[in-house]
Design a protein around this ligand. Sequence first.
Ligand code: PLP
Length: 348
Amino acid sequence: MMQPPTWTTEHGGPDSGPPILHDFSSNANPLGAPDSVVQALQMADRQRYPDPDYRALRESLAHSLGTHAARVLPTAGSSEAIRRLTLAAFLCGVRQVWVPQPGYGDYQAAAQALGLQVQGYATGEALLSALTSQAGPSLVWLCEPCNPTGQSLPPSFWSALASLRHQRAGLTLALDRAYEPLRLVGQDPVPAALAEQCWQLCSPNKALGLTGVRAGYAIAPADDPHISMTDFQILAPSWVVSAEGVAMLLAWHQPDTQAWLARSRLTLALWMASQQTALAHAGWHCEPSVVPFMLARPAHAVGFLRAHGIKLRDATSFGLPGWVRLSAQAPHAQQALFQTLTQMETAR
Ligand SMILES: Cc1ncc(COP(=O)(O)O)c(C=O)c1O
C-alpha cells in the first residue's frame, strides 16, 4: 500500500534547519559547474522575457540529440515535468500510475494530488507481471538509473518491456533520465528503440551541480497513442523556463561542458570508492550503485550528524527506515563525516 498524500514531498539538500556544512543528502554533482557554464548563466539576459516558443533552444537541443525540435519540450525541471505529464495523462483518461518503490517521491505525489490510483513496483519482474495481467490505460514511471537506489534495471527487463509495449496499447512510459549523465559504472541499458517510445525527462542541473537553476527538457515519444506533444505543451505556463535556465540548457551539450563532465565522473568514481570503503570500515552496510550516491544502513542511529552541519538523506520516506541515502563528497567532507562519527562512537 502506498503512503497517504502529504502537502509536500521530502527532498535532500537545503532545509529550514541550521546551516549545512557538508551536504551528503543531495545528489547534485559536488564538483559544481564548469566556469564556461557559470559565465553563460551570468550573461543570461534577465531584462526580457525569453522567447515563449523557445525556438532557438529547442532547435539547439534537438540538433545535439539528433531529433526534431517539435519533440523537445522545455520544462522548469523534471519535478515540474512530472506534474505536467501526470496531469496530461489524467486529462487523457489515465487513472492508474505505476511508480518504482523505493523511488523519487514526486511521481506518487503528482498522481495522488489528482486522485489517481498509485501502484508501487519493487522489481522489474514485478512490474512486467502486473502490466501483463492488467488492462486499461496506465502511466508507468521508470527511473534509470534509479533514485534512491542508484541501481539499474537489467537489459533483459528493458527488452521485455519493449515487447510488452507493442502488445499493450494503453501504456504510457515515462523515463526519468535525471542521473544518466552521472553514471559511473556500466552503460545505459535502455534500447534506443524503446527510449524513442518513452517520454524522457532530462534534468542537466544535477550533473552540473546547479540544482537551483530550475530548468530541464522532456523528449516526447515518437508516437504516444494517448498523450500528444500538444497535450503536454498546453499545460505549461508561459515562459516556463527562466533566462538562466535557457543559458544552462544551451550550454549543456557544448563539447567543453561534456568534456568537463567526463573528467568529473572520474573524480566522483574515486570519491565514491573511498567513501564506500570508509563506510564499510565504520560498520555500515552499503548497497551497490552505478552513480555517485548510494543507500546505506548505518551501524548506529546518525540523527546527531545534522546538528554538526552534516546532512544525510534519511530514507524513511522511501519506505526504508534505518537507512540513509548519501552522495559521494569531496575528501574534506568525508573527513568531517568520519571524524564526527568517531567522536560519537567514542562518546557512546
Ligand atoms: C529521480 C529524480 N527526478 C527528478 C528530480 C527533479 O529534478 P529537477 O531538479 O529537474 O526538478 C529529482 C531531484 O532530486 C530526482 O531525483
